[in-house]
Design a protein around this ligand. Structure first.
Ligand SMILES: Nc1nc2c(c(=O)[nH]1)N[C@H]1C(S)=C(S)[C@@H](COP(=O)(O)O)O[C@H]1N2
Ligand SMILES: [Mo]
Length: 392
């Protein structure tokens, strides 16, 4: 019996096969703690983004604070990016444990180890698919938001089990007093043998993570925009000084947006069907609002918009100013051609169908002749080339 349980003395199962002192319980604990915090923030901000885009009946996307989504989504992408080097370092630290013997010493350990499969697989999938998404690269056949969302629940479930299993080991490892001089000597001696000390590993992991943040966070944090070298978008580059996700050409609206036939139509439940041509919209009372576009991909930019209040248009069509509506684009296809505006946002004085930005008519790529711009909305719901408002 005991001989059957003896570890095979080959390859990774050899005692001392992974000798690096950097692979300590403390390294794993410090990285684990940092990953727990970043995954926690990433999960909650991701959940908020999902609710905003696919609201269940109990959820109402508030219009205030106007810049909230900009912060939550900026954090979502930043914490996800920062977690990549930390996760790689953590996996490097703990993977020798895969070869510990016996593999399943008890039922509890067996369950904990089985949970590593969704935890590690889910984490790698979330970070990789998120990274690909912000680079507008879709090397898969499935729907990204849906797969990313459900994998997040599975991963968080597995993370909670993992934290439960590891909390006492982690606490013990973190409480241990700071390394003494002897420890330091041990570390440097081991550096010669095994490559890297614990401190070097942690410094590298956190250093790379910090660097990744520094060269990407400028996509949403203005003062660092010049450093946003690795960000897919610089928030100050594009027509009229800010980025475009889908151009008028890509959306297939080059002709319809410039046509003299252009009309805005208000229809739907209880509405007296009303249409406006461009001159009529321009003749209505214009309002200004300084509001961000906060793309789900993490970049954001604040501009000064000018146009007609959505609630004024609803009043003209004889419906309540806090009606929930669907805004439709001239764009003929694809899912982002419409978006819903909850009553909590339609009633807001800053919810506009904008004709102008920064004192000039909208560029066609920013939605000419008319775009929706409202406080605290995901960028993907700031519909461009608006031609119809349907009261729901
Ligand atoms: N009709 C339409 N509106 C749209 C889109 C789209 O694909 N079609 N993209 C959205 C996305 S993802 C973003 S981030 C913003 C970008 O607005 P901008 O191009 O003016 O910066 O527009 C939104 N409005
Ligand atoms: Mo977007």
């Amino acid at each position: 019996m005991s001989s059957r349980l003896a570890p095979p003395k080959v390859g990774p199962f050899r005692p001392g096969a992974f000798a690096s002192p950097a692979r300590s319980e403390r390294t794993a604990a410090v990285l684990g703690l940092a990953l727990g915090v970043s995954f926690g923030i990433c999960f909650l901000t991701g959940l908020y983004s999902h609710l905003a885009q696919h609201p269940p009946s109990w959820f109402h996307l508030s219009a205030r604070p106007a810049g909230l989504y900009r912060i939550t989504q900026g954090l979502h992408v930043a914490t996800g990016l920062a977690a990549i080097p930390l996760l790689l370092a953590k996996l490097w630290t703990v993977f020798p444990k895969l070869f510990s013997w016996p593999p399943f010493p008890s039922v509890a350990v067996a369950l904990e180890r089985i949970c590593l499969l969704p935890l590690v697989g889910g984490s790698l999938f979330l970070l990789f698919s998120g990274l690909a998404n912000i680079n507008l690269w879709y090397p898969w056949p499935f729907n990204f938001p849906l797969a990313h969302y459900w994998t997040a629940w599975i991963t968080i479930g597995a993370l909670i089990v993992h934290i439960g299993a590891k909390v006492s080991v982690t606490r013990r490892a973190l409480r241990r007093s700071a390394p003494t001089l002897t420890d330091h000597h041990d570390d440097s001696a081991a550096t010669v043998n095994a490559g890297m000390s614990r401190r070097q590993l942690l410094a590298t992991a956190f250093g790379v993570s910090g660097l990744v943040t520094l060269v990407t966070v400028g996509q949403t944090y203005g003062p660092l925009r010049k450093l946003a070298l690795l960000a897919p978008r610089r928030p100050d580059v594009g027509p009229q000084g800010f980025p475009v996700n889908r151009t008028a050409r890509a959306a297939g609206v080059l002709e319809s947006a410039r046509s003299s036939e252009y009309r805005l139509e208000i229809t739907g439940r209880g509405a007296t069907a009303t249409t406006f041509d461009l001159a009529e919209l321009q003749a209505m009372t214009q309002h200004r609002a300084t509001l961000p576009i906060a793309c789900v991909e993490g970049w954001s930019t604040t501009q000064e918009w000018e146009g007609v209040r959505l609630r004024d248009l609803l009043r003209r069509a004889g419906v309540s100013t806090d009606s929930t509506v669907r805004v439709e684009s001239l764009q003929p296809r694809r899912s982002y051609r419409t978006s819903n505006v909850d009553g909590s946002q339609t009633a807001d004085p800053d919810t506009l169908l904008a004709l102008r930005v920064n004192g000039a008519p909208l560029d066609i790529d920013h939605g000419y002749p008319l775009r929706l711009i409202a406080p605290n909305r995901p960028g993907v719901m700031q519909t461009k080339w608006v031609t119809r408002v349907v009261v729901l």
